[in-house]
Design a protein around this ligand. Structure first.
Ligand code: RIB
Length: 350
């Protein structure tokens, strides 16, 4: 028969709570008692039933991570960092893919609650979900937000400055001499912030990004391609396109290939995220990097501090994105010809 926590407590002549404290390394226990309990645990090769432990302990040492779409490596990189940091802190992570579906998201919330997770990290896939998340947070479930900012929600949040990211993309293209640009964005709030930043930089130069040079939809390679064809059909045709993530940017490069346009000679392309995808496109993609690993580990730290009651003040941490120059951007042909040079900009990043 399987050894239980009761058997260990009985043989070590201590209470179940004491065994639980030794297992979870919490509370104050004398070295002598700890040693005795560990000896009995080892003798019986006892592995605690985590569900039973959750019932007797304050914590289940489990976190939930809800992500909208596992096909985007951006989420994989955040998930890896969340899992690594959680493990360092003694927590395991249950990952859920919500597929941008509000019903699925609600279903996972309930499931995670039933599994007695101590808190949930969410990368929201649903628009206008302030109310739903607010309700959950008020119901006492520690919730933290990563890679998304919902300014009306008083919960721990880690994301990048999306406005600044869009602004940086535009400034880079302006510096190269582009004046006629297009933009493709994912239909999420963060991407609209990137659009605002992009427009602001153009406006500072007395330029306007007309709505007809902006396309918005789900972030798929197919959409990136479709929208890029639409923008490239406009007169005058844009010499540069900024896409609000690397996946959409790949679609733009594909569209350029289909039209026999050379990237970057005929069309400059800027992505966002700096996922592994940005290094394997041809040419490699100039992109606005989000510090995915830092974002993942920081949100775990904030959530665990909240769970353990070590920090009651919630934090909104807005990280600064970074422009990573690769081969998909250069000055537009006219400028290059005027300058009599077709030199590439200097590269940084991998
Ligand atoms: O929804 C996916 C996107 O959200 C990522 O590509 C990244 O840009 C994040 O903000």
């Amino acid at each position: 028969m399987r050894t239980t926590i009761f058997d260990i407590a009985k043989e070590a002549n201590v209470s179940i709570a004491t065994v639980s404290k030794v297992i979870n390394n919490t509370g104050r226990i004398s070295e002598k008692t700890r040693k005795k309990v560990l000896e009995v645990i080892e003798k019986h090769n006892y592995t605690p039933n985590l569900l039973a432990t959750a019932l007797t302990s304050k914590y289940s040492y489990t976190l939930g991570l809800m992500m909208p779409n596992l096909a985007n490596p951006f989420f994989g990189e955040i998930a890896k960092s969340v899992e690594d940091r959680a493990r360092e802190l003694g927590f395991s992570v249950i990952m859920c893919s919500t597929e941008y579906d509000a019903e699925k998201e609600a279903w996972y919330f309930t499931l995670l609650q039933k599994k007695r997770v101590d808190g949930v990290i969410i990368i929201s896939g649903v628009e206008n979900e302030d109310a739903i998340l607010g309700q959950k947070a008020r119901a006492g479930m520690p919730i933290a937000l990563v890679a998304r900012d919902i300014p009306t929600l008083p919960i721990n949040t880690v994301c990048v400055d999306d406005f600044l990211g869009g602004y940086m993309a535009a400034r880079h293209l302006l510096q190269l001499g582009h004046r006629n640009m297009g933009m493709i964005l994912e239909n999420i709030r963060a991407a609209r912030e990137r659009l605002r930043g992009f427009r602001k930089a153009l406006e500072e130069e007395g330029l306007t990004l007309e709505d007809r040079y902006v396309a918005e939809g789900e972030a798929t390679i197919e959409n990136g391609k479709l929208f890029a064809h639409r923008l490239l059909d406009k007169k005058p045709s844009p010499t540069a396109i900024f896409a609000t993530n690397d996946i959409l940017a790949i679609g733009v490069i594909r569209a350029a290939n289909e039209r026999n346009l050379k990237v970057p000679d005929d069309l400059s392309v800027v992505g966002f995220d700096n996922t592994i995808l940005a290094t394997i496109t041809d040419p490699p993609l100039t992109t606005i990097a989000q510090p995915m690993s830092l974002m993942g580990s920081t949100i775990v730290d904030l959530l665990v501090q909240e769970i353990k009651g070590e920090e009651t003040n919630k934090q909104r941490i807005i990280l600064v994105p970074e422009l990573v120059l690769r081969g998909s951007t250069k000055e537009p042909r006219q400028v290059a010809q005027q300058e009599g040079s077709l030199a590439q900009p200097s590269f940084s990043g991998g």
